[in-house]
Design a protein around this ligand. Structure first.
Ligand code: GLU
Length: 277
């Protein structure tokens, strides 16, 4: 059975781009008689807000996007991420890193990866790391990535994973017990997600998720990275560029179900287009 999910981070209000993504995931599940799950990715305790969670639930109801079962909160699943980290640590694939963002940005050796500067490996192989100092845990990608790994995207076809392009990614943060990469991979498997429907902005990150799936013996879902929405300026819709929130549209009395119906049919509101990449 098809199982998809919508997995917003409650660090802000949802906007049209999120509605677009949720409609795709919901529609794909429903068209195939499958399940649509809602997972709140609130692992970042400093930036997640309860009022944003409430707004997300109301926005989805307003759009008429019903989900199956209980809402999952990542903040209640920390033991699962800790178990996965422990397994990777026991395999000798993790190392503590004490660098700050500024240290990494200042490193002349830092090449650029899909998500900004790639960590130059400064703390890899420290002889006697002092774990009383603030640190995160990184995956030693060169050590971890042996055999060729592939994954499939419904829109782009087969792709050979290149996790090394991301450098030694963080799996447990200084300020949060797991990173996005680890939590999303563990949860998609735990929830039996068969089809990961999400925006193209996360396409490259899937290479890292594929590596984690191989290391943790997790099933590999099918991916559907859909195009993103752009505003009148041609740039990706984002709240910081003034994209109106779904909450604002809802409170202004707009018809959410009609909006979802249009998005489902591929009809975008005036001034909105698919982002060209
Ligand atoms: N929580 C992520 C976000 O809001 C999405 C995660 C995913 O769909 O894999 O950007």
């Amino acid at each position: 059975m098809i199982v998809t999910r919508f997995a917003p981070s409650p660090t802000g209000l949802l906007h049209l781009g999120h509605a677009w993504s949720a409609v795709q995931a919901h529609g794909f599940a429903r068209a195939g008689g499958g399940r649509f799950l809602l997972r709140i990715e609130d692992i970042d305790g400093t930036r997640s807000r309860v009022e944003h969670v409430e707004a997300i639930l109301r926005d989805l109801e307003w759009l008429g996007l019903d989900w199956d079962g209980e809402v999952t909160f990542q903040s209640r699943r920390l033991n699962h991420y800790a178990d996965a980290l422990e397994r990777l640590r026991a395999m000798g694939l993790l190392y503590p890193c004490f660098c700050t963002r500024a240290d990494i940005a200042a490193s002349a050796a830092a090449p650029h990866g899909p998500e900004g500067p790639v960590y130059p490996g400064t703390c890899r192989g420290l002889a006697a790391p002092d774990l009383s100092r603030p640190h995160c845990w990184r995956l030693d990608v060169a050590k971890a990535h042996g055999e060729e790994l592939w994954w499939h995207d419904a829109f782009s076809g087969w792709r050979r994973a290149e996790p090394a392009a991301h450098g030694d990614v963080v799996l447990a943060r200084k300020d949060a017990p797991a990173s996005y990469h680890l939590a999303v991979t563990v949860d998609d498997a735990a929830q039996g997600v068969t089809h990961v429907v999400r925006g193209r902005d996360l396409f490259a990150a899937t290479d890292v998720h594929r590596l984690l799936q191989a290391l943790l013996d997790l099933p590999v879902p099918e991916y559907r990275h859909h195009p993103l929405l752009a505003g009148a300026d041609g740039a990706r819709l984002a709240k910081r560029h003034g994209a109106p929130s779904l909450q604002a549209m809802r409170l202004a009395g707009e018809d959410g179900r009609a909006l979802a119906e249009k998005l489902r049919a591929g009809e975008l509101p005036v001034g909105i287009a698919l982002l060209k990449d």
